[in-house]
Design a protein around this ligand. Sequence first.
Ligand SMILES: *[C@@H]1O[C@H](CO)[C@@H](O)[C@H](O)[C@H]1NC(C)=O
Ligand SMILES: *[C@@H]1O[C@H](CO)[C@@H](O)[C@H](O)[C@H]1NC(C)=O
Length: 394
Amino acid sequence: MAAGAAAGAWVLVFSLWGAVVGDRNVTARIGKPLVLNCRGAPKKPPQQLEWKLNTGRTEAWKVLSPQGGPWDSVARVLPNGSLLLPAVGIQDEGTFRCRAKSRNGKETRSTYQVRVYQIPGKPEIVDPASELMAGVPNKVGTCLSKGGYPAGTLNWHLDGKPLIPDGKGVSVQEETRRHPETGLFTLQSELMVTPARGGAPHPTFSCSFSPGLPRRRALHTAPIQLSVWEPVPLEVQLVVEPEGGTVAPGGTVTLTCETPAQSSLQIHWIKDGVPLPLTPNPVLLLSEVRPQDQGTYSCVATHPSHGPQESRAVSVHIIGSLEGQGLRTVALALGILGGLGIAALLIGAIIWQRQRRQGEERKAPEHQEEEEEEREELNQSEEPEAAEGSAAGP
Ligand SMILES: *[C@@H]1O[C@H](CO)[C@@H](O)[C@H](O)[C@H]1NC(C)=O
Ligand SMILES: *[C@@H]1O[C@H](CO)[C@@H](O)[C@H](O)[C@H]1NC(C)=O
């Protein structure tokens, strides 16, 4: 009972001492040696000191034997009383304590909280976007940091200022993986942003890795500068020439896909819902149209950073094709007849006018004589018929 109380008091004193003096936080790079000094211990034997540790390698407190042993490869007490860890690993994270008595009997305790770290490779932005579209969520890229310990964090920056995910205009999707053997972390952070319309046209994004330990420098990616595309003129207009898309066989139809002048746009054509196997071109020229060119056309503008945009559909109709063939012949015949009729009328009118002019110059009787001559001619032409008729009669 008395022993228990004494132990409790000792723990209390110890924890108070710990609180007053403070533990020493030590960080060590993975794979490097670490030396922890036992404060108050004589620099040379004979020494009265004890090292104990509670780390990832131990189940509880483990007292290290000054004589060495199987733990030598992990941690061993040096002649000057310090503890050497030849190559620290993740399992060496924990608490190390030394209790030493000086030559004059004064006891000193040292406590170290050991944390280990590994500096990851320079973070990088993989699959960066080439352009962003204002008003809609865009994937900017994925920031990747490999081989760090502890995990740390990835942070995005816009024009040098931290970009705080708000779930609306800015969102990140993070993933942390741990190497099964080394225990090192791979972090990735995919950034999605919705640039404001009319905002900065050329934002610069960068990403940084912040180590999980204090007083360690952040690592930055190379910045990427992107162009923001305003969607206002994005509408894809399809212009057909001649207007209405109606053309005679053998004629020409020009279909023009009008889009905002963006070099990265690719224009494809669709006829009756089927993509046409043509190289991307904003102009589709149908020359010497045949009945099979008839149909419904639309164009699709494809942009690398967002989905394709299809224009309205325009139908191309060929007059006189297929069942219209007969109608065309009739129209042609009517046209020829009409033309002939007009020509006849014109000739008639000219003759009539010339005759009127002649009539005014001559006397009326002469005119009558002419008419009589014409009648005689007609009579003459009728006579042989009459003769034939009479001859055939009996
Ligand atoms: C050591 O680190 C802990 C957290 O890991 C912190 O609370 C404490 O203040 C640190 N002590 C010193 C002396 O820096
Ligand atoms: C003890 O020796 C080691 C290695 O020689 C050295 O790094 C360390 O600083 C020494 N400790 C003291 C308290 O002098």
